[in-house]
Design a protein around this ligand. Sequence first.
Ligand SMILES: N[C@@H](CCC[C@H](N)C(=O)O)C(=O)O
Length: 266
Amino acid sequence: MSLDFIVMQLKFYKYQGTGNDFVMIDNRSLSFPKENTELVANLCDRRFGIGADGLILLEDDDAADFRMVYYNADGHEGSLCGNGGRCTVAFAKFLGIIDKDTRFNAADGGHRATIDDDGTVSLQMQDLTEIREKSNYAFLNTGSPHHVQLVKGIEDFDVYNEGRKIRYGLYGKRGSNVNFVEPLDDDCFAVRTYERGVEDETLSCGTGVTAVALAMHSQGRIKANQVKLRVQGGQLKVKFNKKDGVYRDIYLIGPAEQVFKGEIEC
Ligand SMILES: N[C@@H](CCC[C@H](N)C(=O)O)C(=O)O
């Protein structure tokens, strides 16, 4: 990272949720220069910075326990990050802002969450009314936009190149995250995700596995309302109910942990 002008000492924490990793900053003082896209991208850079799939600011919120502000690794503010949301809940507990349950605000609105003694975080997602079904894929927004497509031989699938093609080719400038899925069992799917804003495959995507679970249910590929999702960095669970054509009580469930903390001059 270029240190031409040393303007501040930045205290940060590093979190990961099933291998989706984040630089986490307590910005209740509002001292972080949010408009500095280059700084965010540099902090997320795995060679010249701390290294992460995204950066999250935890801030005060008048109407909730806290607010989560999420930036993709490219430095631009993103939509909802599900794994990031779970990690921010763990961070809020670490800071003593919350105990076992919380309500917080994020880009897509209010969320409830709980955290167990073993560190498992259950994050409630917004209700989902629309799934666009096409001949060989589905598109839905679970806080972030997601393309969901079944593939065979997912272990050897070229997620980077195929994901990139779809992200730019099918969804224009705004793009979409792209999830490739293969059924493993009656209630279990393998998922690999190409993430918009990271512009690469990540080890896990929380809004992505939520989209996969709901799309698989809507296509009748699962009957249960609880699904296991095996991702490159571990396993997540998604629970939901469907009433009057609307998916409700959607929960993304899995681990979230602090990996290290430090200080960087920027
Ligand atoms: N890793 C995230 C998804 C982040 C959002 C995304 N990259 C975007 O802005 O489109 C997750 O866990 O949900």
